[in-house]
Design a binder for this molecule. Structure first.
Ligand SMILES: *Cc1c(COP(=O)(O)O)cnc(C)c1O
Length: 477
């Protein structure tokens, strides 16, 4: 090491000398004079001024570290600092994805351990950590299903998807070459069993069901659905984005799931939003295990290996093993909570959502009355006659200091408001949020509609024309 440094220094000083001694200085490379600098409009600012500018901008960010973030379907839970600390251990931080596996045994054992936890929690033995996000996990899972049918010599062309599904479900099935058949939901927000049975035939490759659903409901017929699929030779793909409602309580394998993705950045607290890396491992039955993507960590004897090629595998979906930094954080969360802590987190997430629901359902319409899972679904039906919509309620929440809930999703409910508090929040925060929502409903009753329509008024930007903002985006000023 010292020898290399010495040679580098020698090289640098040799080049430096040559530049000084041998090469004439080109006057075009001279720094601009003060007058010229002003003429091209460069600002004259001191370092503190620049620093303060950027700190001020950063303070305009709204984040889970600063405030309540009840964005339904996104599970914006607290990112424990302990996770960050572990992920920055130098042994993890300085890994190279191409270093010999004999020198990365600790990292591989961490991945192996994470796979074991995911397998235990879901009851499904096959795990791939590769997918970069939930949607990527869906792609991996549907490719596995496609491959399994192919290996059995079956040509199935249709994937069933409920109308309450996240848009990534039909998009993924279409990317795998399938035709989508939409199954409308019942008035209770559940799978319509008659329509489901009528749609199921020997051309059905799979059913992609989110359970608990994006309506915040656990489908009580889920086992019957799985049995019907299996009798017909079709697979049950479960979108596991809402695993935070049931983790540690019930294993998806026990209600008949064949493939499921898990969003580590939702259920297992790794950070997300702002374009940071997610992680969407998939878990599968023993039958589907051989088709999982490579590379995959295995343990032979006392050592860990990476399987990089496998004849039956669907192949490689990513350059390397997946988002390792997210694996360290997720395992840190799991070990920090333990099995009982994960169960408790699910229970608290469901309790918090129901507390909000029960505290607001006298003022806001509840499309599917009754207990919910980890998120509660309301809409603007009681406010609409006064001319106030979900959009006005969301924009007014900003004025009360809260990030709005998810709005206009799921599509099965007109003007939906989907609220997911997660288990991270103390009762005081939930009460403040409930107080703001109740105040808004009272203001609508008092008839101060014009005022609500103008919100937000104290933010750096007021309401924008969102269609124009997308179609005619200008990022300069
Ligand atoms: C978040 C979510 C997804 C997509 O996950 P990403 O990690 O954002 O790709 C899919 N389905 C449901 C129900 C979700 O909530």
């Amino acid at each position: 090491m010292q020898e290399i440094e010495e040679r580098l220094l020698c090289e640098i000083s040799r080049k430096g000398r040559r530049a000084i001694d041998l090469e004439p200085i080109d006057s075009n490379h001279n720094r601009l004079g003060v007058d010229e600098r002003q003429s091209i409009g460069l600002p004259e600012l001191s370092e503190p001024q620049v620093l303060r500018h950027f700190v001020r901008l950063s303070q305009q960010n709204y984040s889970i570290d600063a405030n309540f973030y009840p964005l339904g379907s996104c599970t914006m839970k607290h990112n424990p600092r302990q996770n960050e600390k572990f992920s920055r251990f130098s042994g993890f931080l300085n890994l190279h994805p191409l270093q010999p596996v004999s020198t990365a045994q600790g990292a591989l054992s961490l991945m192996y351990e994470l796979k074991r936890w995911l397998s235990e929690l879901t009851g499904l033995p096959g795990v791939s950590l590769n997918p970069a996000a939930g949607a990527h996990g869906e792609l991996a899972g549907m490719m596995v299903i496609h491959k399994a049918h192919e290996m059995r010599g079956r040509q199935r062309k249709v994937v069933l998807v409920p109308d309450s599904a996240h848009g990534t479900n039909p998009a993924t099935a279409a990317m795998c070459g399938y035709t989508i058949k939409t199954i409308p939901s019942t008035k209770q927000g559940l799978v319509d069993m008659d329509l489901f049975k009528a749609s199921l035939n020997d051309d059905t490759a799979a059913f992609m069901l989110t359970n608990p659903s994006t309506c915040g409901i656990f489908d009580p017929k889920v086992k019957e659905i799985a049995d019907l699929l299996h009798e017909n030779g079709a697979y049950f793909y479960c979108d596991g984005a809402n695993f935070n409602a049931i983790a540690g309580k019930i294993r998806p394998a026990d209600f008949g799931v064949d493939v499921m993705h898990i969003n580590l950045h939702k259920t297992f607290s790794t950070p997300h939003g702002g374009g940071g890396p997610g992680s969407g491992p998939i878990v599968v039955t023993a039958e589907l295990d051989p088709y999982l993507p490579v590379p995959n960590v295995v343990k032979t004897g006392g050592a860990y290996q990476l399987v990089n090629e496998d004849e039956k595998s669907i192949g490689r979906l990513k350059s390397f093993q997946g988002h390792f930094g997210m694996f360290t954080r997720a395992l840190s969360y799991m070990l920090g909570h333990g099995a009982d802590g994960i169960r408790r987190a699910s229970e608290d997430a469901v309790l918090s959502a129901n507390y909000i629901r029960a505290s607001l359902n006298d003022l806001y319409h509840e499309p599917f009355p009754g207990n919910c899972m980890h998120e509660c679904l309301l809409n603007d039906r009681h406010q609409r006659d006064a001319g106030i919509t979900t959009m006005d309620i969301a924009k007014t929440l900003i004025e009360h200091g809260f990030h709005p809930m998810t709005v206009f999703f799921p599509l099965v409910v007109k003007n939906a408001m989907l609220i997911e508090p997660t288990e991270s929040e103390p009762k005081e925060t939930l009460d403040d949020f409930i107080g703001a929502m109740r105040q808004i409903a009272e203001d609508v009753k008092l008839g101060d509609v014009e005022k609500l329509k103008k919100n937000p008024i104290s933010t750096p930007r007021r309401r924008v024309d969102e269609v124009k903002a997308v179609r005619d985006l200008k990022v300069t000023w």
